[in-house]
Write a protein that binds this ligand. Structure first.
Ligand SMILES: [Zn+2]
Length: 277
């Protein structure tokens, strides 16, 4: 497979699965993380149609990923992924279903507990990993255009601040592969929504004949910056899923039978950082 490594990410190929990791996040050996790439890696394990021929394959891939990341498959929890702007805190392992979607509709999950590995899946939508090494808090946020329009990243950052006392200056943001302004072309209705809400930002929309291209990554970067996130704490994979659809699953590029990529982040157990103050 074509190697996707760049200054911010490293592309790992293992037997049966491949994924990218952020070089910066690898500096913290108690953090497990990865974002799957490869067209033969379909991380779909649920379906709205009740029947999923990919279920076993998806579960097999998740087992492989967990093995390579050194985490327990039974300690994985998925966001429910409904294109909401809801974020939820996982502050106990009690009564959580193993490898099931979390109760209630949410697209962002946060925790400061070790061995609770947070999963989102996507195909063009943005996956953000958030990490505050001072307060030892992680988040996994799924943000399609609706999530970006409604500000789910900001909701997650605010929750880290309000619930865990994180200082915005300490929070790092990692931007996984997603559809970029080069390919995120929309009709008037979506353009109009973004124009009215974020038009003040200036350079987020490009007109292209009777369509518009919107830079949802830039919108999120500006919103985060306005909240107090440091620019040098934002680590961007710089990968467009459509531009790289020969090696990354993409809804726009591959159509209705699209496969899913998965992002996972967790705090490994038994580190000094996990003690309560
Ligand atoms: Zn592109």
């Amino acid at each position: 497979m074509r190697n996707l490594s760049n200054k911010n990410i490293i592309h790992i190929e293992k037997d049966g699965i491949s994924y990218i990791q952020f070089r910066k996040l690898l500096e913290y050996d108690y953090i497990a993380h990865g974002y799957t790439v490869g067209l033969d890696n379909n991380m779909r394990t649920t379906t709205s149609k009740g029947k999923n021929v990919n279920y076993e394959n998806g579960m097999h891939k998740f087992h492989l990923l967990c093995n390579y990341l050194g985490i327990d498959f039974n300690d994985c929890y998925k966001a429910s992924l409904n294109h909401t702007d809801n974020v939820c805190v996982v502050d106990t392992r009690d009564n959580l279903p193993m490898f099931e979607v979390l109760p209630d509709k949410n697209d962002g999950i946060l925790t400061n507990i070790s061995n609770i590995n947070l999963i989102t899946t996507s195909s063009d939508c943005i996956t953000f990993f958030l990490f505050d090494k001072e307060k030892n808090v992680i988040a996994n946020v799924h943000s399609g255009w609706r999530g970006t329009y409604n500000g789910i990243l900001i909701n997650a950052l605010k929750k880290m601040h309000e619930y865990f006392g994180c200082n915005y200056r300490d929070i790092m943001i990692f931007i996984c592969p997603a559809i970029r302004d080069c390919h995120f072309e929309v009709n008037f209705d979506v353009f109009d929504l973004f124009s009215q809400k974020y038009g003040y930002m200036g350079n987020i929309i490009t007109k292209n004949e009777d369509k518009w291209n919107i830079d949802t990554i830039l919108i999120n970067k500006i919103l985060a910056s306005d909240l107090g996130i440091r620019e040098d704490n934002i680590y961007d994979s710089q990968l467009c899923t459509v531009c790289n659809s020969d090696v990354i699953n993409s809804l726009r590029a591959h159509g209705k039978d699209f496969n899913l990529n998965a992002g996972i982040i967790g705090i490994k157990g038994k580190t000094k950082c996990l003690k309560k103050n």
